[in-house]
Design a protein around this ligand. Structure first.
Ligand code: A4P
Ligand code: MG
Length: 187
């Protein structure tokens, strides 16, 4: 039986990848839509689905505005390092200013999971560190693939654990998936 982790994405050499989007400075919804369109336009890349858009309490550094967060699932033939370089280029184009760790940002694009690849290289760790501890990542991933396995447990199991710890109050629905992403998704 195939699972979201083992399923081969369409196209001979393409892989499934889950991306996290987040931001809390300026018009984040619009920055996310621009990022979505630019990711969709990357070579040999197709966005398969977007999660709903969520409003979330700041994690790590609490002294900042609420964030908007969402996740995307895509199929790409870009290698992880190539994809990271493209995402950083898109972030820079959206005038992201790096301030402090876990601090305010216009847009943050993280590679959460790249199917079949785990480890740490110069400037890249897969899966993205602390994914399982963050309801602002796990809840949108649950929209896309509740059975996706991260660090040995499904997204659904991680979500249940976070809710049991009372983290459900840190996140609320802002916009249904189609409402924020529909016109930018290639089908
Ligand atoms: N990097 C390593 N692995 C990856 C990966 N899988 N994907 C490197 C993307 N980048 C990766 O990241 C620092 C460096 O991590 C990158 O240059 C890249 O080479 P960054 O995005 O520049 O810095 P950062 O985001 O401030 O640090 P960090 O630790 O990545 O923070 P996070 O984990 O991204 O968290 N609260 C809410 N509610 N919602 C949020 O979205 N985001 C953060 C930032 C904090 N609190 C939040 C949110
Ligand atoms: Mg980051």
């Amino acid at each position: 039986m195939s699972t979201p982790n083992s399923e081969q994405a369409p196209g001979s050499s393409s892989s499934r990848v889950w991306i996290g989007l987040g931001g809390n400075v300026g018009d984040v919804r619009s920055a996310m839509q621009t990022a979505l369109a630019q990711i969709a336009a990357l070579p040999e890349t197709r966005i398969e689905a977007a999660s709903a858009l969520y409003r979330t309490k700041p994690w790590g550094d609490r002294d900042q505005d609420d964030f908007l967060n969402a996740c995307l699932r895509m199929a790409t033939a870009l290698a992880p390092i190539e994809l990271l370089a493209e995402l950083k280029r898109i972030e820079t184009g959206l005038q992201r200013r790096t301030t402090r760790r876990w601090g305010p940002r216009t847009i943050d694009l993280d590679i959460l999971v790249y199917e079949g690849i785990e480890g740490t290289w110069d400037g890249l760790t897969l899966p993205h560190p602390r994914t399982a501890e963050r309801i602002f990542v796990i809840r949108p991933l649950f929209d896309l693939n509740p059975q996706l396995v991260i660090e040995g447990k499904t997204v659904e199991t991680h979500l249940d654990a976070l809710i049991a710890r009372g983290e459900g109050s840190e996140i609320e629905l802002q916009d249904a998936a189609d409402a924020w992403s529909g016109q930018y998704l290639q089908r």
